[in-house]
Write a protein that binds this ligand. Structure first.
Ligand code: PHE
Length: 448
């Protein structure tokens, strides 16, 4: 552990905002809509909301409480609580190391689109092949990826995260309002209303056991990703949290905020894609990038709205990538010691190297597929559908059976009552572990 004193979040709202800043990012705006399109619209939405409010709630409460109780980040926290569970902390710490590189590849796409819109080239981007051509070219996406990663590193290097967080405090609300506005606009595009129905109303007539399993699997992975769970991040955040903040209330605020933004993002692109492609929705990672330029081009002042939108998304992405890099830097520093700035530079170079295959997977290496997926999607799915469920499983076993839920409940109750404690205890002991095992088993069955 570093010997520096752990700083803590100021004020009650400080914690919620910081955690929300980490949680709300490309996962909500880029990832959620295309998964909803891929996994059956309304059904996915329903499954996701149920999971976020039960499983997500339980795990987030547990992680934050663990962090606050131990005052340490994942590796230290698990070791302190039970030596046999040390490997869980290590596994959890692997996740941000894996995510940061490809997260920055997508961050690069956002930066590119911000550039396109602010340099007055919106019309070019409305071409149906524009996005595909862009990610299909070798050097351009790598350049934007390097730029986004460099920006993240620069902020962490100079320790000006607080500045970015301050800016995003007012950017976030604007993003919400703008997303709402774009969503409403999209819903009224000719033909979009059927897309809205597809997105919101679950259609059980086409559900089969295997499609439902895939939907649940996708929703579960998305829940971990979007709420920044099972990767040690919330444990670290909890370790910075003051004792007078009510954990349960904060978790409710974060989960609703996070889910709300994802819902709106889906409403913004799914119906629009439906309307613009004659009832066909783009179901891949390019959904947002291929749909939105065409929506903006139909809008009065769309170029300005588009530029503003991508600027806000860039901020949301940066607050997340900063929290990822921050975590990676502190894992390395806690383990090996050393100079923060040096580690930060190493993490930047290392992440660039690790991210290259993801970027190239759409261009020079597009012939490389693993289990039928492009490299980025493969890495993305592996962390969300294998590593995170394993971390979640052992976190639940540790709390449910070794430490007992009482430990978490007592931590939460340092500030008032824990209203859902009965639910929490039951869920973390009996439902969450069984569910995690089922998820893992079906991941194996579906993928192999
Ligand atoms: N939760 C973030 C998002 O939805 C992604 C993220 C994952 C951020 C892990 C930090 C850590 O975009």
């Amino acid at each position: 552990m570093s010997t520096e004193k752990r700083s803590s979040f100021t004020g009650k709202i400080g914690f919620v905002l910081a955690a929300a800043g980490s949680a709300v990012g490309l996962g909500n705006i880029w990832r959620f809509p295309y998964l909803a399109a891929k996994y059956g619209g309304g059904i996915f939405l329903l499954v996701y909301i149920i999971l976020a409010l039960t499983f997500g709630f339980t795990l987030m409460t547990a992680e934050i409480a663990l962090g606050r109780k131990t005052g340490q980040s994942a590796i230290g926290a698990f070791k302190k609580l039970n030596k046999k569970f040390s490997f869980v902390g290590i596994l959890a710490s692997l996740v941000p190391i894996i995510i940061l590189p490809y997260y920055s590849v997508i961050g690069g796409w956002v930066t590119k689109f911000l550039w396109v819109f602010s340099s007055g080239n919106m019309e070019a981007a409305t071409n149906a092949d524009y996005f595909g051509n862009f990610i299909g070219s070798v050097w351009e996406p790598i350049g934007w990826f390097a730029l986004f990663l460099g920006l993240t590193a620069l902020i962490v290097f100079f320790g000006v995260e607080k500045g970015v967080e301050k800016v995003s405090k007012f950017m976030m609300p604007i993003l919400v309002v703008l997303t709402l506005f774009i969503a409403i606009y999209s819903m009224f595009l000719p033909g979009a209303i059927d897309g809205v129905k597809h997105y919101i109303i679950p259609d059980f007539s086409e559900v089969t056991l295997s499609s439902l399993a895939k939907t649940i699997l996708g929703a579960m992975g998305q829940m971990f990703y979007s709420m920044s769970l099972a990767m040690g991040i919330m444990i670290t955040y909890g370790s910075y949290m003051k004792k007078d903040v009510h954990i349960e209330k904060s978790v409710h605020q974060i989960e609703w905020f996070d889910t709300g933004i994802a819902f709106l993002a889906g409403l913004m692109v799914v119906p629009a894609s439906y309307a613009l492609n004659n009832g066909q929705v783009d179901k891949g990672p390019g959904l947002m990038f291929s749909t939105l330029p065409r929506v903006f081009s139909q809008m009065k002042g769309g170029a300005v709205v588009g530029a503003l939108f991508f600027l806000l998304v860039l901020f949301a992405a940066l607050t997340s990538s900063i929290s990822l890099m921050e975590t990676v830097v502190s894992i390395i520093k806690d383990k090996f010691g050393g100079n923060r700035k040096l580690i930060c530079s190493i993490v930047m170079v290392g992440s660039f190297a690790l991210g290259l295959p993801s970027a190239l997977g759409f261009s020079a290496w597009s012939h490389v597929t693993i289990l039928g997926k492009d490299i980025l999607t493969f890495i993305d799915d592996t962390t969300n559908q294998f590593i995170m469920p394993i971390v979640a499983l052992f976190t639940c076993i540790l709390i449910g059976f070794c430490l007992k839920p009482k430990v978490i409940i007592e931590e939460v109750e340092q500030t008032g009552t824990f209203k859902m404690k009965g639910f929490f205890s039951f869920f973390i002991r009996y439902v969450a572990p069984v569910f995690s095992i089922l998820i893992l088993a079906s991941s194996v069955l579906i993928e192999f």
